[in-house]
Design a protein around this ligand. Structure first.
Ligand code: ADP
Ligand code: MG
Length: 380
């Protein structure tokens, strides 16, 4: 019946995704915040791999639009549950893979919550950043007899196409260059690179990064929603028997808010910011989409963000995009545009893996299954 067909659809979709070179998309729905009324909800049905959005009344009828992703986390999903589906990807950095994890979504949709956690941090609430490092520490200790790992981190911010060091101890206002050397690959040599061995050191660094972000924000209130922040974890492992060195790198990126800005309403600095954000997010979308389609030319050079991540997007690298949406009805427009962006970066050939209607339209699902099977057959 409908559920079986939906499940098979999702399974095939994931298989096609795997073949496409490790680009995964997870969707996370923020719960209503304390004091918000849940009457005005734009979220329809959620299951493991798809989500339906209820769109505003049109011609006296509510619309529905469904989207399929590798995974959908509903509003009650815990930080732990979100992390556990991310863990295998994170662990692959110890095997020498490059990994990129993004948080995408409009301001207030939960990006920082997923990556760093809320203001009150404790064992339950810490986000992917902290959990990732914690996990890497444990795993590297377990492997100590065979491989000796060194772990170091950098934290930078990209604001108006300028790169700044969030771990600078002497102020953050120096502009940094992104370099590409044959020895070290793409890197930011002048950003502080801090060796870490324990989670308490990591917490201290994250606090420093947070403070630096806040300091630069006073003039232009809440700059954090208008800049990209990137925690980069550099791993170097020495194989104790062969002496070989293995390198891996992971970028954890809290992107600038993706909301569209009405050009008729903003001027000056705000307009410039909006244009920079727009440019870099669409450059990111273009890069991921062109990787997913296995295009021969990938347009990395169109923004600082994609330049910085060049080594960690495509090739053998693994990419995960968390797309965040808000449940409020008045966010429906942004929610749909976020999900369309996500769908584009996850798009399968022919755009087949999309569930267009919720209403148990088995015929359509079956047609999609046929084209997903065909896509699999072509790739194999
Ligand atoms: P963004 O970084 O996208 O602007 P935030 O992460 O700051 O959004 O989230 C906005 C507010 O919603 C914060 O108060 C945050 O703690 C809360 N929030 C976001 N996601 C969740 C969640 N999954 N569970 C509980 N609270 C959340
Ligand atoms: Mg944020």
């Amino acid at each position: 019946d409908y559920h079986k067909v939906l499940e098979e659809n999702r399974k095939l979709y994931n298989q096609v995704q795997d073949l496409k070179g490790n680009i995964r998309v997870y969707c996370r729905v923020r719960p209503f915040l304390p004091g918000q009324s849940s009457n005005m909800n734009t979220i329809g049905r959620i299951d493991d791999g798809s989500i339906t959005i209820i769109t505003p009344l049109k011609y006296g009828k509510e619309g529905r639009k469904s989207f399929t992703f590798n995974k959908v986390f509903g509003p009650s999903a815990s930080q732990e549950a979100v992390f556990s589906d991310t863990q295998p990807l994170i662990r692959s950095v110890l095997d020498g893979y490059n990994v990129c994890i993004f948080a995408y979504g409009q301001t207030g949709s939960g990006k920082t919550h997923t990556m760093s956690g809320p203001k009150e941090l404790n064992e339950q609430t810490v986000g992917v950043n902290y959990r990732a490092l914690n996990d890497l520490f444990h795993l590297s200790e377990e492997r100590m007899d065979t491989i000796r790992y060194e772990i170091a981190v950098q934290m930078i911010e990209i604001y108006n196409e300028q790169v700044r060091d969030l771990l600078a101890t002497d102020g953050v206002n120096k502009r940094l260059e992104i370099r590409n050397s044959s020895l070290n690959g793409v890197n930011v040599p002048d950003a502080n690179l801090v060796p870490v061995t324990s989670t308490s050191e990591v917490l201290d660094l994250m606090n420093l990064g947070q403070r630096n972000r806040v300091v630069s924000a006073t003039a232009l209130n809440d700059r954090s929603s208008r800049s990209h922040s990137c925690l980069t974890i550099h791993i170097q492992g020495r194989d104790m028997t062969s002496g070989n060195i293995l390198r891996g790198c992971m970028h954890l990126v809290d992107l600038a808010g993706s909301e569209r800005v009405d050009k008729s309403e903003v001027k000056g600095d705000r307009l410039k910011e909006a244009q920079h954000i727009n440019k870099s997010l669409s450059a990111l979308g273009d890069v991921i989409a062109s990787l997913a389609q296995k295009n021969s030319h990938v347009p990395y050079r169109n923004s600082k963000l994609t330049q910085l991540l060049q080594d960690s997007l495509g090739g053998q690298a693994k990419t995960l995009m968390f797309v965040h949406i808000s449940p409020e009805a008045d966010a429906t427009g942004e929610t749909l545009s976020t999900l369309k962006f996500a769908e584009r970066v996850a798009s399968v050939e022919l755009g087949a893996a999309r569930v267009n209607k919720e209403s148990g339209d088995i015929k359509e699902l079956k047609e999609q299954i046929v084209s997903l099977r065909a896509a699999l057959a072509r790739k194999e």
